[in-house]
Design a protein around this ligand. Structure first.
Ligand code: IDP
Ligand code: MG
Length: 139
């Protein structure tokens, strides 16, 4: 069943560079409502579980190292067509291929350190949101 929610993380590079406020402003301006939000620091075990689908990829170790090197901002966002619209807002995985004005074009350094996460399906949005938040933390 289609839902109107997606899940995002502002990744460690975004927080390190002081982009948190600017990225949240873009998300707000694009019409997403914040359902849940927190700063958290993923453990190695958390990151390995969150990105388990990528465990056989050559960049997996690098990805886990990156995602655990500092705190992130995790959030659940609500909007009509949330998953697809948020993927448009963040742009392509590789910032060199991301459209002008997208969050990754503006704030990402490379395909590895690409500033933000966005769920790729309604099913994964629900799984990823539940990974980080309990029902009591969703509003
Ligand atoms: P997505 O975040 O745009 O959905 P995925 O293919 O799901 O992209 O990859 C998950 C994350 O893994 C990316 O956001 C990025 O941080 C990292 N990643 C993907 N491809 C590469 C790569 O070729 N080299 C290094 N890191 C990568
Ligand atoms: Mg993905």
């Amino acid at each position: 069943m289609a839902t109107n929610r997606t899940f995002t993380m502002l990744k460690p590079d975004s927080l390190e560079k002081g982009y948190t406020g600017a990225i949240l402003e873009k998300i707000n301006a694009a019409g997403f409502r914040i359902v849940a939000m927190k700063m958290t620091h993923m453990t190695k075990r958390d990151a390995e579980a969150f990105y388990a689908v990528h465990s056989e990829r050559p960049f997996f170790g690098e990805l886990v190292e990156y995602m655990t090197r500092g705190p992130i901002v995790a959030a659940i966002l609500e909007k009509d067509n949330a998953v697809e619209d948020f993927r448009v807002l963040i742009g392509a995985t590789n910032p060199e291929e991301a459209a002008d004005g997208t969050i990754r074009k503006l704030y990402a350094a490379s395909i590895g350190e690409n500033a933000v996460h966005g769920s790729d399906s309604d099913e994964n949005a629900a799984i990823e949101g539940a990974f980080h938040f309990s029902g009591r933390e969703m509003f």
